[in-house]
Design a protein around this ligand. Structure first.
Ligand code: GLN
Length: 466
């Protein structure tokens, strides 16, 4: 049963939610054992299920990435330093889902604070790719993508992206991953990674599912000062327009070295498919792409290092016996509970912000970021959307990931960090397979042009390249 059928049946009272949820949780336990998709999940009490109204999402199961706060459920952003933290409030996105009678089934596994591309940096076990468990699920929203791919029940996932954390795992697991324009969805209640980059978005099995959730979670929130003053819309209304007359730009740098030929070939098939559906395409050049990874990692680490300062064993998460000076105490807690990648990023970020280096790194990166934004802006003068591979490769094997240096791992983000730096909306849609694994096709549009990416994505999905 898909999401649409579930909602329509549930609204008509045709679904016994108690039976449904007892089957669902049996399945979730199995999936979690196999793929380690959750950091925590909780079987609902029957009173909770009884109180669900038969309107809106009518009891639809929704999973929430661990970094998004859910009242009373451990929200640890994949980090041991937040283990046991149960927020006394819901993130705005979560309250909106609950208001529409969506039911939160659990918190999905992720790289610690979003630091990673393979979800191998989680403090709570490593999610595996349901298509092949010797391969990663992608990161940082690996649990959300693996769950969406593996679960044969109607379900939608709330996820988050800073530099590609929705697109990457969606691509590796063969599901739809939607990242909205920066500021379009409230981040109140998000355990932040890098405030100038973080966005909450959605994952689902179909473009329609992702659009449905976006329509619910978008819109202005006075509690998030970066939230755009705009109402949400019903994005599903745009889908049927399809790709007819759309002008597609194909950025040649996104098919360059490092991009697996078989992946590129598959994405080209997707572009030709869109052409056959009435779109036209032309090559475009985005030369700033080569600076995107270094720019992104300077900015993201600088912001992350300040955000992580609050995790010191005083307010949240585990504590240690109070001995020695404050600074000894903080060091002990942070040494023990932060993972290796979090420590690396604190060091990198602190360095980039230090007096003497700030001009050379952080401020320079901010200037390059403006150039990247301008380059996209120019491209969108001539094109409705840009289309490229989401990731340069299919989901790598864990044995391959182990051999990567941090720099090589960061380079894997080459195709997703530029649009994330620009804050433009993007969606990754399944586009066939390569090496027996799903390939993701990335569709990007100008700020607030979600309708365009969703139209093209829907056309491709209907066109049958998934
Ligand atoms: N892989 C990128 C990083 O490690 C993006 C992660 C994210 O979007 N949260 O920073």
């Amino acid at each position: 049963m898909d999401v649409k059928k579930f909602i329509s049946a549930a609204k008509r009272g045709k679904i016994d939610l108690e039976r449904f949820y007892s089957h669902l949780f049996r399945e979730l336990e199995k999936l979690d054992k196999k793929f380690r998709v959750f950091t925590t999940f909780m079987k609902p009490e029957s009173a909770q299920l009884k109180s669900i109204k038969k309107t809106g999402l009518a009891g639809l199961p929704v999973s929430v990435k661990d970094c998004i706060c859910v009242k009373g459920m451990q929200s640890a952003a994949g980090s041991r330093i937040l283990e046991g933290y149960k927020p006394p409030f819901d993130a705005t996105t979560v309250s909106k889902i609950k208001e529409q009678n969506g039911f939160v089934i659990g918190k999905t596994n992720q790289d610690e604070f979003g630091f990673g591309t393979f979800s191998t940096n989680s403090g709570f076990g490593v999610p595996k790719n349901p298509h092949n468990t010797s391969r990663c699920a992608g990161g940082s929203s690996g649990g959300a993508a693996a769950l969406t791919a593996a679960l044969d029940f109607p379900h939608i996932a709330l996820a988050e992206s800073t530099g590609g954390s929705i697109s990457c795992p969606a691509s590796f697991c063969g599901v739809v991953g939607l990242t909205p324009t920066y500021g379009m969805v409230s981040r109140y209640g998000l355990i932040d990674y890098a405030n100038s980059l973080d966005k909450i978005g959605a994952m689902g099995k179909s473009v329609e599912d992702a659009s449905l959730i976006l329509s619910i979670i978008a819109g202005h929130d006075p509690r998030d000062s970066t939230s755009i003053n705009r109402k949400s819309q019903n994005y599903k209304n745009y889908l049927k327009k399809g790709a007819e007359k759309m002008k597609i730009g194909v950025p040649k740098e996104y098919f360059g070295s490092g991009v697996d030929d078989v992946v590129a070939k598959q994405v080209w098939k997707g572009i030709k498919k869109l052409e056959s559906l009435g779109a036209s395409y032309k090559e475009v050049s985005l030369p700033m792409t080569r600076h995107a990874v270094s720019t992104y990692y300077i900015i993201a680490c600088a912001e992350a290092s300040t955000n992580l300062a609050k995790f010191c064993g005083m307010r949240y998460g585990p504590t240690e016996p109070l001995q020695g000076s404050f600074s000894e105490y903080f060091s002990k807690v942070r040494t023990r509970y932060f993972g290796e990648e979090a420590k690396r990023r604190i060091l990198l970020g602190t360095y980039a912000r230090m007096a003497g280096y700030r001009d050379q790194y952080y401020l320079r990166a901010m200037k390059v970021r403006t150039l990247i934004i301008n380059e996209f802006r120019r491209a969108f003068e001539g094109f409705d959307v840009l289309v490229a591979p989401t990731m340069p490769v299919v989901a790598p094997r864990f044995s391959e990931i182990e051999k990567l240096s941090p720099e090589e791992a960061y380079m894997m983000d080459i195709l997703t960090v530029a649009p994330n730096l620009a804050g433009i909306p993007m969606v990754s849609v399944p586009c066939g397979t390569a090496h027996g694994m799903p390939v993701g096709l990335h569709i990007m549009a100008d700020h607030l042009q979600e309708c365009k990416i969703l139209r093209a994505a829907w056309a491709l999905e209907k066109g049958g390249l998934g």
